[in-house]
Write a protein that binds this ligand. Sequence first.
Ligand SMILES: [Zn+2]
Length: 276
Amino acid sequence: MYRMIARIVAQKRILLPVLFAVAVCFLVVQRPERSKAAGNADSVNGPKVIVLNYHKVDYMNHSLSVQPPDFEQQMAFLKDNGYHTVTPHEMYMAFTDGAPLPTNPVLITFDDGYADNYTYAYPILKKYDMKAAIFVITSLMGKPGYLTWGQAAEMEASGVVSIESHTVNHGSLTELTDEQVRYELTEAKHDIEQRLGKEVEFLAYPTGAYNLHIASLVQEAGYKGAFTVRYGNMDRAANFYAIERVPIFHTSDTFASFLERLKFVPLFERIGWVKN
Ligand SMILES: [Zn+2]
């Protein structure tokens, strides 16, 4: 049944209205077995971690800017509904070494290292006892609108935020020479490690661009995993160099969009849309 619908969707490219109708039907049919935190339901591959992807948290009217009150509402929702945040390292240890995961695990990530992550998101994360990872572009640190190394160090030391790598210059890695890719990966990792006195284990691909060869260079550079902008979630069967995420945007109804994205992940996977 699921496969049949997936084939129809793939062949006919039936768009949102039909897909939404199908999604609603499935949701209604399956509601009794679904927990509140449906996106984290255990599967044959064990528990899933939902990886949320943010960029800016500020008052700009832009899809990549989630407004601070909206961000707070989302964190409060996670807290009130039994979700627990994990760091990239905790997720890695759970899936590679069998370390325990909390119930309904969520990994909150921010790309690019905007200053507003410190100004607006960090106090809210602390207030709700949440952890997050920020992927910084090392050449932009301290530039207007971006985090300073001092802010990064403070957040890292607090245990609330893990600072990870988003390369030196944020160029699409698939468009660079191998030599340039190696520089982008190793220099950013080394720079953060030197300045913050920590091991940098994870990368977020700039613009999301990657392929198998790039992934092998990421591994070679000493990273334990890398995050894409492909839509999906994470379990022990997933490729650690192609970790999928759920992007959270500012929309006309940001909270409703957030809830849909939080809860519809496994649904989309089942009907074969996201994985195509
Ligand atoms: Zn980016």
